[in-house]
Design a protein around this ligand. Structure first.
Ligand code: MV4
Length: 459
């Protein structure tokens, strides 16, 4: 079935640009790539039907260069832009500019992006929709207000920047005497990073899991809940390293409640296209954290267990068509795990590494999907994020998915830069991970344990 889009400009690079290109070509839609001067030789440029250079290496001058990207769309006659993730994907103003130029932004409305981008506003909307949120305040205007909440809720509390998300501008506060200083430093950090220093407070949930729900909605009122992913294995910098679907060791009751809430949330935001609701899970309770208004890096684990192509559905929705599934058509099957292969050194705080790739041997075989722009001889420019590949393992159950992933990681050879592959093998073969249901402190604890062992070995 052909989605009613004439031509799609892909406003991104790397594996996600290739991912979008594949969905377009399966639907017979011609594609336009954009690239920076550092990406001339990239696969996403070769695979697209046309390509435009939009500026020099640094993202600010190329992949974030709105006038050049819009010009490329207009010159090529593209009637839609897929933003991928990162870059302009959650920029409400960019979505508006697309619309004002008669170009469909493949994502939700500018209003939904804007509302969810402001974390305090998002929470307010969710409270209104009876979605459970972490006990907390709206924007705090004074230290007294913050102190009153902390007294009521009890320490520890967490200061969050409303313009933040993903952990930027966050401060945990364990006692009253730290509060004033933490408020002012969180606020200055947020002001410097986002141009918005407004902060709010929440009760700090200790040792939660990160559980997120994939949703998909069309312009005809159909809402699909595509299960959950557990993304608790995150680096101390809040970047995800390993994600899986379904979430291990969650009860049927928990899931039912979570999906009901997710449906209410989607309707409250009048959300259209693909999105993700992030929750903190604490035992039987869960609390809305934020909503990501884009396709996410880890979407393939959901695709694996539901046997669905989320990006093709995004294209259909953007063309005003109906989703090709109903909720009753969808049944999760088996278990999927994704590992991010990053050009970074886990032993050195995951410091990113740039360079030229020598040997590249990617895994395959039963249950393995590899999404990557890597090839032998490719350069890894210093300008962009360090993700080189995603390996996704699907099995009948979690044990089979883990066994397939470990086997696939052992097949993987990437020479020329340090990668996260050996470290991910360690995690996947760790009995604590194998047991399932680790919390967000798991990876930082593992790293601390390893650096202690390291220190003991050299002393
Ligand atoms: C929290 C929390 C504990 N309690 N909120 C991290 C990024 C941003 N999305 C919100 N985050 C957190 N919010 C309350 N009230 C702990 C985190 C958090 C976290 C959440 C998910 C995955 C990894 C994390 C690592 C550190 C902190």
């Amino acid at each position: 079935m052909k989605a009613g889009l004439k031509k799609v400009l892909i406003a991104n690079r790397g594996e996600i640009a290739l991912r979008v290109n594949r969905a377009c070509h399966e639907l017979d839609i011609p594609t336009v790539a954009i690239f920076s001067e550092a990406d001339r030789e990239s696969l996403h440029v070769k695979r697209a039907d046309e390509a435009f250079c939009v500026g020099p290496g640094p993202s600010a001058r190329s992949y974030l260069n709105v006038p050049n990207i819009i010009s490329a769309a207009l010159i090529s006659g593209a009637d839609a832009i897929h933003p991928g993730y990162g870059f302009l994907a959650e920029n409400a103003r960019f979505a508006e500019i697309c619309r004002d130029h008669g170009i469909a932004f493949i994502g939700p409305s500018p209003d939904a992006i804007r509302a969810m981008g402001d974390k305090a506003t998002a929470k307010r909307i969710m409270v209104e929709a009876k979605v459970p949120v972490t006990p907390g305040t709206d924007i705090v205007e004074s230290v007294e207000e913050a102190r009153a909440f902390a007294k009521r809720a009890g320490y520890p509390v967490l200061i969050k920047a409303t313009a933040g998300g993903g952990g930027k501008g966050m401060r945990a506060v364990h006692a009253g005497q730290e509060l004033e200083q933490a408020l002012s430093s969180a606020s200055s950090e947020a002001l410097a990073a986002f141009g918005d220093g407004r902060v709010y407070l929440e009760k700090l949930i200790e040792r939660p899991r990160h559980i997120e729900v994939q949703v998909l909605a069309d312009t005809h009122g159909e809402v699909l809940i595509l299960g959950e992913r557990d993304c608790s294995v995150q680096k101390p910098s809040h970047q995800k390293l390993i994600e899986e679907a379904p979430g291990p060791r969650l009860g049927a009751e928990f899931r039912r409640a979570l999906y009901d809430v997710a449906r209410d949330a989607v309707k409250a935001v009048k959300y259209v296209n693909a999105g993700t609701l992030e929750f903190l899970a604490d035992g039987d309770a869960f609390y809305f954290m934020e909503m990501n208004t884009r396709i996410q890096v880890e979407h393939p684990v959901t695709e694996a267990i539901f046997d669905i192509d989320l990006v093709k559905e995004q294209l259909r929705v953007a063309a005003g068509e109906r989703l090709s599934y109903r909720q009753s058509d969808l049944r999760a099957c088996g278990h999927a795990i994704e590992v991010r292969v990053n050009a970074e050194d886990p032993a050195n705080n995951f410091a990113p590494a740039a360079g030229t790739l020598k040997t590249v041997q990617l895994p395959g075989g039963p249950g393995i999907r590899v999404d990557t722009h890597l090839y032998e001889g490719a350069s890894v420019p210093p300008y962009y994020d360090s993700m080189l590949a995603k390996i996704i393992a699907h099995g009948r159950d979690r044990d089979e998915a883990i066994a397939r992933m470990v086997r696939a990681l052992r097949e993987t050879v990437v020479d020329g830069v340090k990668t996260t592959v050996p470290f991910c093998i360690e995690v996947l073969t760790d009995p604590e991970f194998a047991a399932g249901g680790v919390d967000i402190g798991y990876l930082p604890r593992l790293l601390a344990r390893e650096s202690r062992l390291e220190a003991a070995a050299v002393s």
